[in-house]
Design a protein around this ligand. Structure first.
Ligand code: ASP
Length: 349
């Protein structure tokens, strides 16, 4: 049987650190020696190669340039490997997963991001299981064929995923929800793609099926995006300042519940004039589960009339990067809105 070829890409974060005996702090280990640290990987039927980004980082420092570097690494190695596993810090992993899902479209192979809450060298580490299972998930898997017959067919995951605490998620649907438990991520608006128990169960009906197999790599994001989180008592001055800031082109407003915003006259007037000045305003809910439904309540009805873009059930992380991606395409308002409200990589229902 042919061995699957997997490329393991190291970006930094807790997963790639160790605490040497007698050493009070965590420090990165030589990543090329990963196979010596996790000998179990040798038992997997795969050929593993490792590569690191130029300067491994704590993921709080991740920038657009790092995402472009990751895209370049994957693009260069795309035809030589069956799947990719990216080791990443947990803090911004959902942003990176979202970014890769827009920057690399029509995938024909899996890209699995994973990290850990405890470093690889820690006795109680979650890193080992995350690493091993992610490599397993990055290989082709067996499934029953579509006719329901019992003959097994070989399939592959064709999307950017995030594996953590026994669950595989669609990456651009995830949010980090916990900084001190192993269950660090949630996907509120989309089911898990796989569960790792005694068996590894892939939920094949919910996997993303790209429109075609012509994989496209993008290398641009436009950072002119800002976010206003509404809260009761937010001052008119602050809202005004953020709506009229001269650099941003997209303003994401984090609204309440099903996309409601206060409908004070001053607020509606400010929205109107910033739209007139060319801002693209997007409505994303602060409520992690459920969808924006403008017009359901009187307080959001005016937003429909203003042609505010609906974030539907998108995560804030995805909304930010999707805006950066669509802005880089220099679309006019009509096309931007149309594309934002449609799914590009399964980020919106
Ligand atoms: N600050 C670290 C990072 O995101 C946390 C982690 O890896 O869990 O890189």
């Amino acid at each position: 049987m042919n061995k699957s070829k997997i490329l393991l890409i190291y970006t930094g974060g807790t997963i790639g650190m160790i605490k040497e005996a007698g050493q009070p702090y965590l420090s990165p280990f030589n990543f090329e020696n990963i196979l010596d640290r996790v000998k179990e990987i040798n038992l997997l039927n795969c050929q593993l190669e490792t590569i690191s980004i130029n300067n491994p980082i704590d993921s709080s420092n991740i920038q657009i340039e790092n995402w472009i570097e990751l895209v370049e690494i994957i693009k260069t190695n795309y035809n030589s490997f069956d799947g990719f596993v990216i080791l990443h810090g947990t803090d911004t992993m959902s942003y990176t997963a979202s970014a890769l899902s827009f920057l690399i479209q029509n995938l024909t192979k899996p890209i699995i991001l994973t990290g850990s809450q405890l470093p690889l060298g820690d006795l109680r580490t979650d890193a080992k299981e995350h690493l091993i299972t992610s490599i397993q998930l990055a290989r082709p898997y067996h499934d029953f064929d579509n006719n329901g017959s019992s003959s097994k067919v070989t399939n592959v995951i064709k999307e950017v995923c995030l594996y953590f605490d026994n669950k595989l998620f669609r990456g651009n649907r995830t949010t980090k929800v916990n900084s001190d438990q192993f269950k660090a991520y949630a996907s509120f608006n989309y089911p898990e793609l796989a569960k790792s128990g005694v068996d590894l169960k892939i939920n094949s009906e919910d996997l993303y099926e790209p429109l075609n197999s012509n994989t496209i790599f993008h290398n641009k994001l436009d950072d002119r995006v800002s976010v206003i989180k509404l809260f009761p008592g937010i001052s008119k001055q602050i809202v005004k300042h953020m709506l009229f800031d001269s650099y941003s082109k997209v303003v994401i407003i984090e609204s309440y519940g099903s996309g409601n915003m206060f409908d004070f006259e001053w607020f509606i007037d400010e929205l109107k004039s910033s739209i007139k000045k060319g801002k693209y305003i997007i409505n994303v809910s602060q409520c992690p589960k459920g969808s924006v439904q403008m017009g359901k309540y009187e307080s959001s009805f005016k937003l429909v009339e203003l042609d505010i873009i609906s974030g539907k059930d998108i995560t804030l992380e995805s909304a930010i990067i999707k805006s950066m991606y669509l802005l880089s395409m220099k679309l006019d308002f009509k096309n931007f809105k149309e594309m934002f409200e449609l799914s590009i990589s399964g980020e919106i229902s």
